[in-house]
Design a binder for this molecule. Sequence first.
Ligand code: KG4
Ligand code: ZN
Length: 355
Amino acid sequence: MLILGIETSCDETAAAVVEGGTSVLSSIVASQHDLHSEYAGVVPEIASRAHVEAVLPVIREALEGAGVGLGMIDAVAVGNRPGLIGSLLVGVAAAKALAWSLSRPLVGVDHVQAHLYSGCLSSDGRPPAPAGFPALGLVVSGGHTSIYHLDSWTSVRRLGATIDDAMGEAFDKVATILGLPYPGGPNLDRLASGPDADDRALDFPVSRLGHGSLDFSFSGLKTAVLYAVRGVPGDDGVYPRKASGLSEADRVNVGASFQRAACRAVTLKLGRAAERARASGVRYATLLAGGGVTANSRLRRELEAFAREYSLALHLPAMAYCMDNAAMVAGLAHELLQAGRVSTLALQAEPTTAV
Ligand code: KG4
Ligand code: ZN
């Protein structure tokens, strides 16, 4: 079964063709980074206008890359929530038009759940073993930081989420504090991975929240980094130091120490979730992780170690599928279709997730 996926929830216009739910025949992502970089963040109006211009060429490129014609597509999938409403509307309108004109099923997909699926994709013809359930899920991106319990691809329950910044947002903000260019996450990762980086140079706080809480908080960590770099502001709100006064070695060490604390927060909460499940007789078979921050080199190593410690089969996306893409949308749609989850042409774009 060939599924065309379309993804326009934020600032990437993406289309992909996926066969059998796991084999990615093509995955095209048109980034809008250049359009937004001067604002150091995504401007919704600019994003939706850029989607309108890019969506059809990107779909055409995905079909050409897969070597298939539109008539060979068996279903059309689209990320219809959550995201920027103007951006989502472009993908949803394109998907509806294609599904209707081709008389093929339309499948609305939750973008956050699609991130959970991204570790089940393969582009080398060797798909990972199917995910075993129950599974523990983790999504860490620029907009989301959440932990899930999954009994199947259609039974997903959120166990905890960030109460303030998303993890990727914290990376981006700390990168800005350290004077790194947008998008900050990958640049901070590179800075902190240098051979001379000392990740214990500063002891930044790892937020635990209440006893047993599975929620996250990154704003305290971000503020601790800000104060470490610029000092504590006086009553007049003025910081005693400029970030430009920081030596290169200090910048590297602040970045590495931040990254250590941020990753520790994730493994701490995953550990709590696994222990809580064990205590109630549930043994997770799998850890499903996804979202832009799973591209982080340190987090990838720590998730691998965590999965080994708890004997979980780890489904970590290949680098190409960590960030927003349409292959994860088409892949999850295959599972939803198998479960009879077909959408109608009344499918709505929705700014919030249902899980
Ligand atoms: O999943 P994604 O493409 O978009 C959302 O759905 O939000 O995630 C983008 C986020 C950005 O905050 C970006 O800085 C972060 O993922 N990111 C990283 C890395 N690569 C991307 N954060 C840390 N280390 C990385 N290597
Ligand atoms: Zn995303």
